[in-house]
Design a binder for this molecule. Structure first.
Ligand code: NZQ
Ligand code: ZN
Length: 386
């Protein structure tokens, strides 16, 4: 097992009706900017619950953060933070609103001239403006981690950022919010969380028994609850297991002491930047081809996954590993998620070359758990995904 340090400071407040506990968490005298998305919270009652809980707190609102949080919109919110002397941020939304809030947390205290540098120069934020979250969509794990992904439409970029200072101070996880989610978002959430686990698991055997079992338990739970939550998002037992699994899939624990891959995410972000495809769907397009292309390097772990998750016990290591990739594709299809780029766009010709060139330009010469995936290989994998 590799050496590691682990600290996750986010306080989780989980359960039915927990939004009403919000006011206990906001420091006295804070001036709060409440951030939200395109308005779903006004239809499903979450907005009213939050406003009621904040009745005695000084709150300014900023709505309209789009899915794949847009830099230009966030810059408008940054102006509000400065003009109104905001001291505390509250994200009410899914990964996009929470990630946008993380950027604002960093940008609000940033001492440089241009906040874009935080993204372009990958500046790690050691101290941000404090913020809490009310999660409305289980998927990304952003509610209990310190990373964010910001989009800039103007240049078709989707850039990651983070730093120890960007953990939420608290996150409220009320599984009742799942009830109003469209099927598409539930499918996305299940797929994204499943892929977060695989990015930290589908590498090579290292003898980290506990980390493997943690990862497998999340995969098994997601597979068990997926049909239930897809069929009936008001099934509270299923929704609560779904929500807690998504949080644990990317709160830092799984990655401790073991190698991680993340190449599917890097390639997937480019597909969102170029075509606007939902984040989770880009992973379903890329990952199976990534695993096929890097089969030799990953087959031992693929076979372990085949046995323990899909109960495939017959055949050679290669047979099991291949079967596990097909099972994974089958799971995405059952969720209604298409797994070919051509299912999403007719303009896919040349995409592989563009993505490969972007990685070359950024100096990303070796990705994946062995730091051996070159831009040329990325080109091959994206072509396989057409
Ligand atoms: O904007 P509103 O009106 O709120 O609607 C949203 C949005 O259209 C809707 N929604 C959210 N909660 C709802 C709801 N609709 C009905 N009822 C509710 N309770 O769902 C739509 C999608 O929301 P979004 O926040 O974009 O989804 P998600 O949580 O999947 O976040 C995706 C973003 O997170 C990034 C992705 O790249 C993408 O930008 N990621 C962030 C990560 C992180 N910070 O750790 C890791 C991930 O790998 C991922 O990259
Ligand atoms: Zn993801």
């Amino acid at each position: 097992m590799n050496n590691f340090e682990f600290k996750n400071p986010t306080k989780i407040i989980f359960g039915k009706g927990s939004i009403e506990k919000l006011s206990n968490e906001i420091p006295k005298g804070a001036k709060v900017l409440m951030l939200y998305g395109g308005g779903s919270i006004k239809k499903n009652g979450i907005y009213d619950q939050v406003k009621t809980a904040l009745a005695n707190i000084d709150v300014v609102e900023f709505g309209g953060i789009p899915a794949n949080p847009e830099y230009a919109v966030l810059m408008e919110a940054l102006k509000v933070i400065k003009d109104q002397n905001i001291t505390y941020l509250l994200a009410v939304g899914g990964g996009s609103v929470i990630d946008g809030t993380k950027f604002l947390s960093a940008a609000a205290l940033f001492e440089g001239d241009n906040p874009w540098d935080i993204l372009a120069k990958n500046i790690k934020t050691e101290k941000g403006m404090p913020f809490g979250t009310v999660l409305t969509l289980p998927a990304t794990g952003s509610e209990m981690n310190s990373g964010a992904v910001i989009t800039r439409k103007e240049t078709k970029q989707k850039v990651t950022m983070g730093g120890q200072g960007l953990f939420p101070v608290f996150s409220i996880l009320d599984p009742l919010v799942v009830a109003s989610l469209p099927e598409r978002q539930i499918a996305n959430g299940l797929t994204d969380a499943f892929m977060h686990v695989l990015e930290q698991y589908m590498t090579y055997p290292t003898g980290a028994i506990l980390q493997d079992r943690f990862a497998e338990s999340i995969l098994q739970t997601l597979l068990e609850v997926a049909p239930r939550v897809m069929k009936d998002p008001t099934d509270y037992k299923a929704a609560s297991n779904f929500m807690w699994s998504c949080t644990w899939a990317l709160n830092g624990l799984l990655h401790k002491g073991v190698p991680a891959d993340w190449a599917s995410h890097s390639m997937g972000h480019e597909l969102t930047a170029l075509f606007g495809i939902d984040h989770a769907r880009t992973l379903a397009i890329i990952a199976p081809n990534h695993y096929k292309f890097n089969f030799e390097a990953k087959k031992d772990k693929l076979a372990q996954y085949a046995e323990r998750i899909w109960n495939i016990t017959e055949g050679s290591t290669d047979d099991k590993a291949h079967a596990a990739i097909e099972k994974t594709v089958g799971f995405f299809h059952e969720l209604g998620i298409d797994t070919k780029l051509s299912d999403y766009t007719k303009d896919y010709d040349g995409t592989a070359e563009i993505i490969s060139q972007r990685f070359t330009d950024r100096g990303w010469l070796g990705m994946g758990e062995h730091k051996s995936l070159t831009p040329d290989m990325v080109e091959e994998i994206v072509k396989m995904a057409y």
